[in-house]
Ligand binder design. Structure first.
Ligand code: SF4
Length: 80
């Protein structure tokens, strides 16, 4: 059964994590350990760094398991 998408929000950034896609490369944990720590139940703490730092680290996720949105970002383009 697919695991549920996890959502972690601050007023500045929303981070989503899809456990079905994660390759467990550990890049996020090594890159920004204050935010990403798999030993915690709430393993993503986007408020533990600036939104820019969190976004930069999310972009390094090789699998696309981590995604982010910031307020004011355009909504994902719809079909057509
Ligand atoms: S960087 Fe992405 S693929 Fe690697 S452990 Fe983190 S979430 Fe999973």
């Amino acid at each position: 059964m697919p695991k549920r998408l996890q959502v972690y929000e601050t007023p500045e950034i929303t981070v989503t994590f899809d456990p079905n896609v994660c390759r467990h490369s550990g890049i996020c944990v090594r890159g920004l350990p204050a935010v990403f720590d798999v030993r915690r139940r709430d393993w993503v703490r986007p408020y533990a760094a600036s939104a820019e730092e969190v976004a930069a680290q999310v972009r390094r996720c090789p699998s696309g398991a981590l995604q982010y949105r910031m307020p004011g970002d355009p909504e994902p383009a719809s079909e057509g």
